[in-house]
Design a protein around this ligand. Structure first.
Ligand code: 48H
Length: 262
């Protein structure tokens, strides 16, 4: 068999390359235009549209993997659905799908999710994964001005052996794309700065339009996206259909662009 000759590079160069690039990027993104918490479909979509317009976007994700609930669609079956007009976003991202019934489209979760992640990366979004949002940064008049973050594994260790203080990232605008928990909004609610209703029972025909309609600024400096919108405003849930998640992400990008232009 023909011998493959790799470059003459050893362990120290590999380690330096990783540490050097990580530190450079982290230091650069300590300050961003838009910090999105949560790399599910709505956060990725928002990030992709914003980065495509030249906005400096960092997405913080507590898991190692990106994509949130978009990977496996419904009921661990690797198939996801979108209702019209959500298929237009699938077209835009080059995601193959078929029409299951009039106005309802089915795609493969892994294919759809990997295309969306790739689109966000191609547009220039940067990610801090294995990184958990812990708290908000507030400035004058309680304007949200950033996020307090920590390594995800720190949370999993007993408190007495991991007194690890978090660090903070500043951003002109923060987006809560954390899904059902609406974790960023919750940090405001715990301080009495926001009222949250909790998402309502499933009613797909009602839910999706309402979620997109209510997507926007929920508190100065904080935009709410995707399923978190239903949680904040007490809107019905939509089940394993994702058109409103993608369109909510797109709406977030429009709102953020308007705000950044101020
Ligand atoms: C860092 C965090 C933290 C934290 C959470 O759940 P997601 O997929 O969110 P959406 O809103 O983009 O999409 C919702 C959709 O997947 C869904 O579940 C639907 C449509 N359900 C309908 C229904 O009726 O149930 O992604 C949220 C992401 C995940 O990757 C989390 O790991 C991440 O946010 N996240 N990241 N710090 N504190 N909390």
């Amino acid at each position: 068999m023909k011998k493959v000759e790799f470059s003459n590079v050893g362990e120290k160069e590999v380690t330096r390359a990783i540490v050097g690039e990580f530190a450079k990027q982290f230091s650069d993104y300590v300050e961003s235009d838009c910090l999105i918490v949560g790399a599910g479909p709505s956060g990725l979509m928002a990030g992709r549209d914003l980065a495509a317009k030249g906005v400096k976007v960092l997405i913080v994700e507590r898991n190692n993997y990106l994509g949130g609930g978009f990977w496996i669609g419904g009921y661990l079956m690797n198939k996801l659905t979108v209702r019209a007009p959500g298929e237009k976003v699938l077209d835009e991202l080059g995601i193959p799908y078929m029409e299951a019934t009039k106005g309802l489209f089915v795609a493969d979760g892994p294919h759809a999710c990997s295309k969306l992640i790739a689109a966000a990366c191609d547009a220039g979004v940067k990610f801090a994964n294995m990184t958990v949002f812990e708290d908000i940064v507030l400035r004058e008049k309680n304007r949200v001005a950033g996020a307090v973050i920590n390594w995800t594994p720190v949370q999993a260790l007993p408190r007495q052996i991991t007194c690890v203080d978090p660090v903070a990232m500043e951003a002109k605008i923060v987006v809560d794309a954390t899904g059902h928990d609406a974790t960023v909004c919750k940090a405001l609610a715990e301080r009495g700065l926001l009222k949250m209703k909790g998402f309502g029972a499933m009613w797909v025909e009602q839910s999706e339009g309402l979620v997109v309609e209510h997507t926007g600024e929920v508190h100065p400096g904080l935009i709410v996206s995707g399923m978190a919108v239903a949680t904040v405003y007490g809107l019905p849930r939509m089940g394993p259909t994702f058109g409103s998640m993608l369109l909510s992400g797109k709406r977030v990008a429009e709102v953020v662009l308007e705000k950044l232009a101020l």
